[in-house]
Design a protein around this ligand. Sequence first.
Ligand SMILES: Nc1ncnc2c1ncn2[C@@H]1O[C@H](COP(=O)(O)OP(=O)(O)OP(=O)(O)O)[C@@H](O)[C@H]1O
Ligand SMILES: [Mg+2]
Length: 333
Amino acid sequence: MGDLDHGRAYNGSVHTPTESAVAVHGLHKKFKGRHALRGVDLRVHSGEVLGLLGPNGAGKTTLVRILTTLLKPDSGHAFVNGWNVTVAPEKVRATIGMAGQYSTVDDRLTGFENLYLIAKLRGAGRHSARHCADDLLSRFRLSEAAGRTAGTYSGGMRRRLDLAAALVGSPPLVVLDEPTTGLDPESRLDTWDAVGELVAGGTTILLTTQYLEEADRLADRIAVMDRGQVVAEGTSDELKAAAGNRLVVCVAQDDHLDAAARAAARATGAAPTVQRRARRVVAAATDGPTALGRALTALADEGVEVLEIGLSRSTLDDVFLALTSRAQQQAAR
Ligand SMILES: Nc1ncnc2c1ncn2[C@@H]1O[C@H](COP(=O)(O)OP(=O)(O)OP(=O)(O)O)[C@@H](O)[C@H]1O
Ligand SMILES: [Mg+2]
């Protein structure tokens, strides 16, 4: 039995009963003794957009490079479209499109030539490669620049060309590593539209991002990565609900802030954040309404003049800060 058979056979069992475009289990990767991935478990279901969210160095690109066969894991399993990435990398490559954190576009070639060559490499004949390149250039508003070398493109145009390159051959899974980092707002909106179109066409998308808004807007589900592990997974609403409510207190005077923070800490049992310029104290409140009642009493005890007080649902920002190392770094400051 060949390696490919093995890759497929193993996959057969992980594909049922729900089909996964990506199935990752216990993935580890070290670079010169430093852990980049320490036991990643993740699934991307067919037809969904999974947003992989995490701070710098969380391991997003490392995971994406393993899934796209550019890097081998030290241990663990990863299956893409049914194929084991280490056993059948060429099968994986044939079923994915990838746009990396760093451009893969060749500067010396024109926009058209870049796409045309990729289409040819993917096995298209001359006629269909030309058709594919023209079609993608038009979808990404690059038709006018089709004859110019990519080296003369603006950052946003390059990114659009990168994205177009990932779509050559209409692969069932498209992997996008930080597709909008460094883009101006208009190009970012363009990219979001392009992703939206793909989704409408049924393409499965794995997208990494450091932007909460992007994950919130594009992803059906979000996996939060931190220090080489997936630390939370769910829809944006599920993650926000799991993070609970926030108690928000606005005070009238600067010198009431510390007393308000003491009161909020007593009421919630959590360490509050003091936003001095906004004269606001915010604390996580897991038992929302009860905490609000306790806060009113505690604030009165401290003699704090309250301008506004309330409970609000956690934002994705709160979720991110609570789950990733940034929260610990901030707390240590
Ligand atoms: N080729 C490499 N050699 C050595 N260390 C590496 C290499 N690639 C990644 N690392 C390290 O692995 C960890 C994870 O890096 P990775 O690039 O996967 O993070 P990331 O989540 O993509 O971060 P970013 O948001 O900055 O792109 C980091 O500590 C990084 O320094
Ligand atoms: Mg990265």
